[in-house]
Write a protein that binds this ligand. Structure first.
Ligand code: GTP
Ligand code: MG
Length: 293
């Protein structure tokens, strides 16, 4: 029996639904999802194993023009996703016109590997708009195979996945067949807390936050977690904590519920807030948080 394996890397503008697609492929909530742009900051691998295939999916940050070092590093993850892809997924959403970044766009249109152009969120469109968009994209990226999908409603996802398996090269698996991701447990704790911060605070706050899990202790029937929420300035610390600690408490409760589902165990979580001046522009700090590409 031949075995297929390879890398399928998802790229596209912020907020088009890349992480939603990743989770739909995996069938687990590996990547956090919010309605805000720049939710994903890392390259996250999700591995789908079958008897005769291993599909290694990469979720990546949305493509932006970097304004500070953290964003430079995020775009470094996107670049790396071009380098090792066997199949490239370029995701766009209904109503979108094109990738603002010309360099990346040209990389996609000139790619030597198969490109699947996924037109997402078609649940939000009507037949007429869909036809117009399909025509637009077919002409814009003629080298790509185009699939209208809804990552949220699981429409056409199986078809895309089957096509990916067809396109992958013959290869033994790259990872053990029971492995689901390349990221450690603490990463998912950090991300879950960050998702709750994106959902609970406005404007610049979520973008000034990084989470670091200092303790992850798994007992027989409970996991004990202690995580630091890092902000850039004193005033942000007060906002995160909120009146008598109410805002921070809410983040903790919401994160605990999600993590109990994710790990299938009772969770005890302790959060505290620390100021880490300008961590977003500090290369040493960024390295410490895993943005070292
Ligand atoms: N209606 C609809 N909404 C969707 C669909 N897919 C994703 N969304 C929503 O779009 C928003 C962004 O989804 P994400 O998966 O976080 O998008 P992303 O491309 O990973 O975003 P970044 O990580 O910020 O680049 C969320 O509110 C999703 O629920 C879809 O097929 N239909
Ligand atoms: Mg994302």
């Amino acid at each position: 029996m031949t075995h297929k394996a390879g890398f399928v890397n998802i790229i596209g503008n912020p907020n088009v639904g890349k992480s939603t697609l990743m989770n739909a492929f995996i069938g687990e909530k590996l990547s956090i999802i919010t309605s805000k742009a720049q939710t994903t900051r890392h390259r996250i691998l999700g591995i789908v194993n079958g008897e005769d295939f291993q599909v290694i999916v990469s979720d990546t940050p949305g493509i932006i023009k970097p304004a500070y070092e953290l964003q430079e590093s995020m775009m470094g993850f996107v670049k790396s996703a071009f380098e090792d892809a066997d199949v490239l997924i370029y995701m766009v959403e209904i109503g979108e016109k094109e990738l603002k970044d010309e360099v990346f766009f040209n990389k996609i249109t000139n790619a030597k590997i198969p490109v699947l152009l996924l037109l997402n969120k078609i649940d939000q469109s009507n037949q007429e708009q869909l036809e117009e968009q399909v025509q637009f994209w077919a002409q814009k990226v003629p080298s790509a195979e185009l699939y209208p999908i809804s990552a949220l409603e699981n429409f056409n996802i199986k078809e895309v996945f089957d096509r990916i398996v067809e396109l992958l090269p013959d290869s033994p698996p790259f990872y053990p067949k029971d492995q689901l991701t390349d990221k450690p447990e603490r990463f998912f704790v950090n991300e879950t807390i960050r998702e709750k911060i994106l959902e609970n605070y406005k404007k610049e706050i979520p973008y000034a936050v990084e989470v670091d899990t200092e303790e992850f202790f798994e007992d027989e029937d409970i996991i004990r977690i202690r995580s630091v929420i890092m902000v850039e300035r004193d005033s942000q610390k007060g906002i995160i904590i909120g009146h008598k600690g109410s805002a921070l408490k809410r983040v903790g409760t919401q994160a605990r519920k999600d993590l109990e589902k994710f790990f299938g165990k009772k969770i005890h979580i302790e959060l505290y807030v620390k100021i880490n001046k300008n961590w977003r522009s500090n290369n040493n700090q960024l390295k410490r948080f895993g943005y070292n590409n």
